[in-house]
Design a protein around this ligand. Structure first.
Ligand SMILES: [Zn+2]
Length: 256
């Protein structure tokens, strides 16, 4: 897909021609055709074409697209490939620590690029520090107020939502979700606490905080042990990981 459109780049903020940003990035696929094939295999039965169209946005200028792809793309693909290797072995309620050999800062920054690319133009002024963070490949430490969470997911429905406030009726909390992206083998949730007193419900939902990936140097390979949950994403709603059975039961109850 090479359709172009005029707009504001979600990273550099310039008004220019934007290309369709594939999420996960096209550059990573192009560099790693085998992984591209693996991703295709994994999402088969869920309509690959539809997936690609849904998980993408006219959001980055050519330069930002190429730069971030070159800086973070390969590290991201390696991370995703390892995730696929574990995905089938994990039970729904697994709580084991899994070793990953990755470049943590690069992976985290690619995830942030993806979530920013998902966001609308109107959110650009809110993410100045975050945009700076990913446009400077060497910069460490996630800007304050932001959290990035990760989980395993194998479920068929991708989740691609941004800029939502989620009200949890059970505990009365409000959660500002800057973006949630679920694309097997992983799901990610970017939250900010700037406009809320309470911290996000993501922790209570069991999501794994990967903000500490930002403590590593750029391009540094290391082994990390991660205890990420495996969650299901059957609805478009951020932070909703109900199983089909739970959804059915709640639908029954609400109809009474
Ligand atoms: Zn740009």
């Amino acid at each position: 897909m090479t359709k172009r459109t005029k707009g504001i780049c979600r990273l550099c903020g310039e008004l220019t021609t934007l290309s369709f940003e594939h999420i996960p990035p096209k550059s990573a696929f192009n560099d790693q055709p085998l992984v591209f094939q693996t991703l295709q295999d994994r999402i088969q039965g869920r309509s690959h074409t539809k997936f690609r169209i849904a998980l993408g946005n006219h959001s980055l200028c050519e330069r930002c697209n190429n730069l971030t792809g070159a800086w973070y793309g390969a590290a991201y693909v390696s991370w995703a490939r390892q995730g696929f290797e574990w995905l089938d072995y994990l039970g729904e309620n697994s709580s084991i620590q899994i070793p990953f050999r990755i470049m943590p800062l690069n992976v985290l920054k690619q995830i942030i690029v993806m979530t920013l690319a998902m966001s609308g133009e109107g959110t650009i002024p809110y993410h100045t520090e975050l945009r700076r963070f990913v446009l400077n490949r060497e910069q460490k430490y996630l800007p304050p107020h932001y959290n990035v969470y990760s989980y395993f997911t194998a479920t068929s429905k991708p989740r691609f939502e941004s800029g939502m406030v989620v009200f949890d009726a059970r505990n009365g909390s409000m959660n500002h979700i800057d973006a949630e992206l679920a694309f097997p083998p992983f799901g990610y949730c970017l939250t900010s606490t700037r406009r809320q007193k309470r911290r996000s419900n993501a922790i209570e939902k069991g999501l794994y905080d990967i903000g500490w990936f930002s403590h590593f140097n750029y391009n540094l390979w290391t082994t990390v042990y991660l205890k990420m949950p495996k969650l299901q994403t059957h609805t478009p709603f951020p932070l909703d990981y109900r199983t089909p059975e739970q959804i059915a039961v709640e639908a029954l109850n609400s109809g009474e």
